[in-house]
Design a protein around this ligand. Structure first.
Ligand SMILES: Cc1cc2nc3c(=O)[nH]c(=O)nc-3n(C[C@H](O)[C@H](O)[C@H](O)COP(=O)(O)OP(=O)(O)OC[C@H]3O[C@@H](n4cnc5c(N)ncnc54)[C@H](O)[C@@H]3O)c2cc1C
Ligand SMILES: NC(=O)C1=CN([C@@H]2O[C@H](COP(=O)(O)OP(=O)(O)OC[C@H]3O[C@@H](n4cnc5c(N)ncnc54)[C@H](OP(=O)(O)O)[C@@H]3O)[C@@H](O)[C@H]2O)C=CC1
Ligand SMILES: O=C(O)C(=O)Cc1c[nH]c2ccccc12
Length: 416
């Protein structure tokens, strides 16, 4: 913090936000803010990092592309540029995010990590604390994402390993692993795509598949698999759509069981809806598995100094380990006195009703349905808050001011 305004705020310690407080400047926070501003409702976004879409900027690998076509990843009110390809690259996605924020004049407050947030029933407001300030509002929107923190599993012997151990959120490119033997733990979309990237840099990935997994082609008959699913679900029951997907996948990819990729009993879309587990949309890893360039391994029993011992008794040496073990929400670590979320930090009420809690609490982007889920939440939240906004006098009085200093009130509160 440096400017005069910021110095005034710092000494105030406590600010009233006119309109909702949004935590997180990822696609979900930006979408919520844009939809609100369309209704004339101002908002303040608090973001722990120093940029928008920090997951995409800082925690994804160079070769990443969207794996759903761009029309299924667009945020409300402003689509991707026409000239972008069907599957935009990470840099194109980021440029879309930048133009989205600038189109709606969204200016998040960066380097503001929310440490606690709590509804204060004595005054009827949300009190949201960062390392610098306390922000107060009647509405509070959680947009910190399903991927806020990496999942680091406890694998026996991990501390013994003499080489680097990196989570996929810190992996940039296979060039850092050229010619190495790499253990990739996990076979979701990250594990598959990073194994493929490693192959392209002449590394030798060994991918751990401890469980079952659905692999689907990214496209069928020249159309995106996701688009086909969306269209079929308008006419057919889920069970039939899953049967169709499995039939076409078996015809085009062959029987993946023989490659060590056993399919779950539950169909791919039903599994996604019930557990959130995303099917792998194949962008080339499968053919590397078939050719033996990506080696599929059973579960890890323990990590040794030089490598790993597997459940089937094999022992192998590795130069590096990549944990493609997924992500988790961080909401339980900072949201206090509220039982809207599970202990895993997901709304207890499932999609499509998990966007609204009590006392002005909202969530955007916790649907396990990617950016399409984000768009749906953001529109509903903005409509709901706009209805309240229109009937609230004190908001309209301060319509032009997003933030009002509460120096005296909060000092008094602190003394209490
Ligand atoms: C590698 C990868 C690829 C993906 N590809 C697709 C795809 O192709 N299509 C699709 O639909 N979905 C995809 N997803 C799903 C993904 O969840 C969305 O793309 C999207 O980033 C979710 O947006 P979000 O704003 O909800 O969460 P995030 O993008 O994670 O943004 C949350 C923000 O909140 C901030 N934050 C967290 N905690 C705090 C705190 N305590 N205080 C302040 N700020 C905080 C974070 O720094 C972050 O900037 C992908 C996910 C990953 C990991
Ligand atoms: N191009 C794109 O658009 C991409 C999109 N994504 C998306 O990002 C999200 C996160 O994906 P991802 O990072 O792959 O995470 P996922 O949660 O989808 O996958 C995690 C994987 O790690 C495995 N795992 C977890 N713990 C262990 C352990 N102790 N030992 C062995 N295996 C373990 C899981 O196995 P199990 O099933 O047995 O628990 C699973 O295979 C998804 O929604 C995905 O679709 C990711 C990459 C690219
Ligand atoms: O990429 C992701 O994480 C997504 O959640 C996108 C997504 C939503 N629904 C799906 C169904 C099948 C494959 C991907 C997705």
């Amino acid at each position: 913090m440096g400017s005069c305004k910021e110095k005034r705020e710092e000494s105030a310690k406590c600010v009233w936000v006119n309109g909702p407080i949004i935590v997180g400047a990822g696609p979900s926070g930006l979408a919520a803010s844009a939809c609100l501003s369309e209704h004339g409702v101002p908002s303040v976004i608090l973001e722990r990092s120093n940029c928008i879409a920090s997951l995409w900027q800082n925690k994804t690998y160079d070769r990443l592309k969207l794996h759903l076509p761009k029309q299924f990843c667009a945020l409300p009110l402003l689509g991707f540029p026409e000239n972008f390809p069907k599957y935009p690259t990470k840099d194109q996605f980021l440029s879309y995010m930048e133009s989205y924020a600038s189109h709606f004049s969204i200016h998040p407050r960066f380097n503001q990590a929310v440490q606690t947030a709590e509804f204060d029933s004595s005054c009827g407001f949300w009190r949201v604390r960062t390392q610098d300030l306390e922000y107060i509002s009647r509405w509070f929107i959680v947009a910190t994402g399903e991927n806020a923190e990496p999942v680091i599993p406890e694998i026996v012997g991990m501390e013994r390993f003499r080489g680097p151990v990196v989570h996929t959120s810190a992996y940039k490119s296979g060039s850092d692993f050229a010619k190495q033997k790499v253990l990739v733990v996990g076979c979701g979309n990250s594990g598959m795509e990073i194994s493929l990237d490693l192959c392209r840099h002449n590394a030798v990935p060994h991918m751990v598949v401890r469980n079952t997994v659905h692999v689907l082609p990214r496209e069928m008959f020249g159309c995106s698999t996701f688009g086909i699913v969306t269209a079929l679900l308008k006419w057919l029951p889920l069970s039939l759509v899953d049967k169709f997907l499995l039939l076409v996948s078996n015809l085009t990819l062959g029987n993946t069981d023989q490659l060590g990729l056993r399919r779950p009993k539950t169909g791919p879309i039903e599994l996604k809806n019930v557990t959130g587990k995303t099917p792998v949309l194949d962008v080339g890893a499968l053919s590397q598995i078939k050719s033996g360039k990506i080696k599929v391994m059973e579960g890890v029993k323990e990590i040794t100094r030089n490598g790993a011992r597997f459940m089937d008794g094999q022992e192998k040496e590795f130069d590096s380990i990549i944990l493609a073990t997924g992500y988790k929400s961080n909401v339980p670590s900072w949201l206090k006195g509220c039982d809207f979320f599970t202990k895993d930090g997901m709304p207890k009420t499932p999609f499509p009703d998990g966007w609204k809690g009590e006392n002005g609490l909202y969530t955007v982007g916790f649907t396990r349905r990617g950016l399409l889920g984000t768009a749906s939440d953001a529109v509903k939240i903005a409509n709901d808050i706009a209805d309240q906004w229109r009937t609230t006098r004190d908001c309209r009085t301060y319509r032009n001011s997003h933030i009002i200093l509460l120096k005296i009130n909060c000092r008094e509160r602190e003394r209490e």
